[in-house]
Design a protein around this ligand. Structure first.
Ligand code: M6R
Length: 628
C-alpha cells in the first residue's frame, strides 16, 4: 500500500509531484505529503485526509524548487494524522524519507535510537529510516549512508530519500515493494536558464528524472522507464541514474519506452474511474480476445509449458481475482478436464500445500503487486513448481517473477473496485481453458469455431447489456439504496457472480452484503429474509435455471424483495420477481457470468452515489494491497 513519487528536473517539483500523487492515490489516500530540497533546506508540506487537503496547503504556501519526493498513505503503523504522514524527517530536519512497505524490526531500531537520545515525531515504522540515515551520513557520501542503513532494515520497502545539502539528488532503494524510475525525453538543447544545481552550480542538462510506485505517476513527463529490482539502490542526479546493489556492485540502467498513454489514466468525460472502466469492458474484451487468436483460431500462449500434459492447476488470488479464479476452475474442468484447486493466497502461503511435480500454479492479479499472491508465487517457486501470472500490470513484480505471463490487456485500472479487470480475467481464463483443451485434443475444429464465435460475440452483448439494464438498475438503486443489507444468490457459474456482486456493493457503497450458492441458502441464512431484504438472484437460462427458480420461490414465500438478473424476455422470471435486471444471452453458457456481473457493477455504483460514497476511493481501502 502507499504510493511514492520523486522528481528532479527543470520544472517545479511540487507541481509535478502533486499530479503524480493524484495518479497514485488508488494505492492509499488517508493522508499525503511532499518535501522539496532547495537552498540548503528541506521544505515540508503534509496533510491528513484526501489529496485535496495537501493541494490546498500547497496553494496557501507554495513551494519552489526542482527536487522533491512525495507520498500518499494507507495507514499501517499509526492513525492517519498529519504527524504520521510522510515524508518523515531526521531530527535535525536535514534528511527526508518516503516509504512504501513495512519495516518489520522498527521496534528494536526505535528503542536503540531513543536510547541514543532521538525523539520520534510519529508512530510510524518508517521514521527509524531518516534517523538512522542521520546517524550514518557524514555529509560526503549519501549512498554509503543509505547502504549502511539498508543493511539494518528487515521487511519490505521502496524508499525515497532527499537531503537538504544535495538539492539535485534523490536516492531510492527497493526490497519487496515496487519502484520505477522514469526519464524524460532528450532535451533539444542544454538548458542554462531554468535552474542550476546547488552542487557546484553546474546547469541541469540531463533529462528530467522521476520515481514512482507505478507507471501512471511517471506520466506525462517520462517517456522511458526502468524497474528497480529488489536489492538495488539508485542514485538520481545531474549525472543521470546510477544503480548499484545493496552490496555495492554496479548495475546497468536499462530504460525502455513507456507504452501507457496519459489518456488511459484520465477519467475523460466520466464522473469517476469506476464508471469509465465499467464502460470500457466491451473494448477491453475485444482487445483481449483478438490477442489470443490468429486467423480466427486459438493460439497457444507462449508460456514455455507443455499444455497437453497439464494434469493439475492451482489458482492463487485475492478478492475479485479470486472470484475470477472460481470461474477459471469451472472452465478448465468443463473444457479441458484438468483438476483445479482454487486457493485464497493469504491461506495458501501459510499452509504446507501438497504439490506434485505436475502441478502448475497460476497467480491471478490485476495489479501484480498483491503481497499475499506474490508470497504464494514465491512459495510455489521454492517448491520448484512452474508459475504463470495472469496479470494486468505487465511491469509488476508478479509478472517479472512468474515463469510465464498471460497479460490481461485491460489498460490501467484505477478505480479501487475492480470491474474491467474482472471480466477480462474471466475471459482470459475461458480462452486459456480452451487453449489447454485444444492442446490436449479435446476441442475438435467445429467446437473451437463455436467457442471462438461465442467469445467474439460477447463484447457486443456486453455493450448492449450495459444499455439495456441501466433503467432497471437505477430504479432498484432508488428503491434500495437505504437498505441495511443485501443478499446475492447464484448457482454454478453464477455463484462467483453473486460473490462478486456482493463484494462490489460492500466495498464502494458500504452496504453489508453476502453472496451465497443459492442451494445453500436454506441451510441457515434464509433466516435473514424479511420484506426489507433485497435478494439479488442470478437467474440466466443456464443449466441451473429451474433449480434457481425454485430457490427464488423459497425467498418469495418469505416475503424477500427479489431483484433478478436474467433474460429480458423471460416472463416466468419477471412474474416471480419484484424487479428484473435484463442481460443478454451468451452463445456459450460458460461465458454468461461476464454479462451477469455488468448490472451488479452498475447497481453498486448507483447505490454508492445515492449514499454519497466516493466510488473511486472507498474508505479504508487501497487498490494494491502490498502488505499482508
Ligand atoms: O490486484 P489484485 O487483483 O491482486 O487485487 C486483489 C484484490 O485486492 C482486489 O481484487 C480487491 O478485492 C478489489 N478491490 C475488488 O474490487
Amino acid at each position: 500500500m502507499c504510493g511514492i513519487a520523486g522528481y528532479i528536473g527543470p520544472k517545479n517539483a511540487a507541481q509535478v509531484l502533486i499530479v503524480a500523487l493524484e495518479r497514485l492515490k488508488y494505492r492509499g489516500y488517508d493522508s499525503a505529503g511532499l518535501v522539496v530540497s532547495e537552498g540548503g533546506k528541506l521544505h515540508l508540506r503534509r496533510a491528513a485526509g484526501k489529496l485535496k487537503e495537501l493541494d490546498a496547503k500547497l496553494a496557501a504556501q507554495p513551494l519552489s524548487g526542482h527536487c522533491g519526493i512525495a507520498h500518499t498513505r494507507w495507514a499501517t503503523h499509526g492513525p492517519p494524522v498529519e504527524h504520521n504522514s510522510h515524508p518523515h524527517l531526521s531530527a535535525d530536519g536535514r534528511i527526508a524519507v518516503v516509504h512504501n512497505g513495512i519495516i518489520e524490526n522498527h521496534v528494536a531500531l526505535r528503542r536503540e535510537l531513543e536510547g541514543e537520545g532521538v525523539v520520534f515525531a510519529s508512530q510510524t515504522d518508517t521514521e527509524v529510516v531518516p534517523h538512522l540515515l542521520a546517524k550514518y551520513y557524514d555529509g560526503k557520501d549519501p549512498v554509503a549512508a543509505l547502504r549502511t542503513v539498508l543493511a539494518r532494515l528487515e521487511g519490505s520497502f521502496a524508499l525515497g530519500v532527499v537531503f537538504a545539502d544535495r538539492s539535485d539528488r534523490i536516492l531510492v532503494a527497493r526490497e519487496g515493494s515496487p519502484l520505477l524510475i522514469g526519464r524524460g525525453r532528450e532535451p533539444k538543447a542544454a538548458r542554462t536558464d531554468d535552474r542550476r544545481s546547488t552542487e557546484g552550480g553546474t546547469p541541469w542538462t540531463e533529462r528530467e528524472l522521476l520515481v514512482a510506485s507505478d507507471i501512471p505517476a511517471l506520466l506525462p513527463h517520462a517517456s522511458e522507464f526502468l524497474t528497480l529490482e529488489d536489492g538495488q539502490i539508485a542514485d538520481l542526479g545531474p549525472h543521470g541514474v546510477r544503480i548499484t546493489t545493496f552490496a555495492g556492485d554496479k548495475v546497468e540502467a536499462r530504460f525502455r519506452p513507456i507504452e501507457v498513454t496519459a489518456e488511459a489514466v484520465s477519467k475523460g468525460s466520466f464522473d469517476s474511474f469506476m464508471a469509465k472502466e465499467i464502460a470500457e469492458q466491451p473494448s477491453v474484451l475485444t482487445r483481449l480476445i483478438d490477442s489470443r487468436l490468429r486467423g480466427g483460431v486459438l493460439v497457444e500462449p507462449d508460456l514455455g509449458l507443455d499444455l497437453a500434459s497439464l494434469r493439475h492447476i492451482v489458482f492463487l488470488a485475492c478478492g475479485t481475482s479470486w472470484h475470477a479464479a472460481l470461474l477459471g476452475k469451472r472452465f478448465l474442468e468443463a473444457l479441458a478436464r484438468v483438476h483445479v484447486e482454487v486457493d485464497i493466497s493469504s491461506e495458501y502461503r501459510y499452509r504446507n500445500p501438497v504439490a506434485g511435480g505436475d502441478t502448475l500454479v497460476v497467480t491471478i492479479s490485476q495489479s501484480g503487486e498483491t503481497a499475499d499472491t506474490l508470497a504464494g508465487l514465491r512459495l510455489a517457486k521454492s517448491k520448484f513448481l512452474p508459475v504463470v501470472g495472469l496479470v494486468n500490470t505487465v511491469t509488476s513484480t508478479i509478472a517479472r517473477e512468474a515463469n510465464g505471463v498471460m497479460p490481461l490487456l485491460a489498460g490501467p485500472e484505477i478505480g479501487v473496485a475492480s470491474t474491467k479487470a474482472y471480466t477480462a480475467q474471466v475471459m482470459a481464463l475461458y480462452l486459456f481453458a480452451a487453449q489447454v483443451a485444444k492442446a490436449k485434443g479435446l476441442l475438435p475444429r467445429d467446437a473451437e469455431e463455436a467457442l471462438v464465435a461465442a467469445a467474439r460475440a460477447l463484447p457486443d452483448l456486453a455493450e448492449r447489456t450495459l444499455k439495456l439494464c441501466e433503467p432497471a438498475v437505477e430504479e432498484c438503486a432508488d428503491l434500495y439504496s437505504a437498505a441495511q443489507a443485501s443478499v446475492f444468490l447464484g448457482r454454478g457459474g453464477e455463484h462467483p457472480t453473486a460473490l462478486e456482486g456482493a463484494l462490489k456493493l460492500k466495498e464502494i457503497a458500504y452496504v453489508h452484503a453476502v453472496g451465497y450458492p443459492a442451494g445453500e441458502f436454506k441451510h441457515g441464512p434464509i433466516a435473514l429474509v424479511t420484506k426489507h431484504l433485497p435478494v439479488v438472484c442470478m437467474c440466466p437460462r443456464d443449466a441451473m435455471y429451474e433449480k434457481m427458480l425454485s430457490n427464488i420461490q423459497e425467498v418469495k414465500a418469505r416475503a424477500g424483495r427479489i431483484i433478478s438478473v436474467g433474460d429480458a424476455a423471460d416472463r416466468d422470471l419477471r412474474d416471480l420477481s419484484d424487479h428484473l435486471l435484463p442481460v443478454g444471452r451468451a452463445g456459450d453458457e460458460l461465458l454468461q457470468p461476464i454479462l451477469s456481473i455488468l448490472p451488479l457493477q452498475r447497481y453498486a455504483y448507483h447505490v454508492a452515489r445515492r449514499r454519497d460514497c466516493d466510488v473511486d476511493q472507498p474508505r479504508n481501502l487501497a487498490k494494491s494491497v502490498t502488505v499482508e
